[in-house]
Design a binder for this molecule. Sequence first.
Ligand code: NAP
Length: 280
Amino acid sequence: MTHRWACLIGHPVAHSLSPTLHNAAFAAVGMDAHYEARDVAPEDLISAVAAFRQADCLGANVTAPHKQAVLALMDDLSEEVVALGALNTIVNQSGRLIGANTDARGLARWMRQVGIDAAGQPALVLGAGGAARATVWALADLGASSVRVLNRTPEHAQTLIEALRPRLSSTELSWGHLAEAAAPPSAQWHVIVNATSLSHHGEVPVVHPGCYSRDCVAIDLAYNPPETGFMVAARRAGARAENGLGMLLHQAALAFERWTGQAAPMDAYAAALTERVAGR
Ligand code: NAP
């Protein structure tokens, strides 16, 4: 049988956990395949993507800075890629390239699995980049009654909301400045998601303790460090706090499932991740 392959393209890609996760998954299901990270400069994007049409290629993941530029190179786009305006997964279907976004569905699937029930509840999202956009989509998919997006540059939050509002009509969407989260709130939130990149720099978005309701879940989409300042502050205010590893694993699993048609071996992902983190 032909050896198959998949890869990640980005610039840079050296830090990625994806090769660790997907190579462990291929081994666990006994598939003759490998996954590698390829550093692709913007001027080489077209030729890099053309290679994904080869019969032995399963597909690819796409990270910054290519998530939007790659859209024009696809033959078809999934519903959530059209809504989110970015993709993170390419599936090779007999030489046709299908663009998918597993971030939003991965976050929603993980939240369902760990019992974070947003249905009929108000949610707050801090940040308005690509991850925040996927988060708003996921919260609406889970049936949140409302989602408010707060961002350092409020115009970016406004753009995000205006792009998603026509497609997410069952959820009330609004936006404001990030500073609003630090002020005494007029309402409490059931889910608060930190989708800013502050945790990467050891910084914390300021959230007033009164924002957290008794059964609130605070989710930091960052996972390095695994316990962020945002999570510590949320726990101190009485909330349950989670990091972004669940989203990471489930977005990887959904990509694996699209490429192979097989259920992803979640235990293999978790074991590979534990080993990688321990080896750091
Ligand atoms: P992005 O598109 O670059 O967006 C970054 C966001 O952070 C923007 O809203 C930006 O605000 C805000 N920000 C940056 N520096 C800030 C500062 N000093 N003060 C306040 N706000 C600041 O990044 P992204 O791809 O959305 O990623 C955001 C986070 O999600 C990262 O921690 C990333 O690792 C994480 N993530 C996790 C997963 C997962 O699987 N767990 C997947 C994707 C992303 P402005 O609009 O004002 O610039």
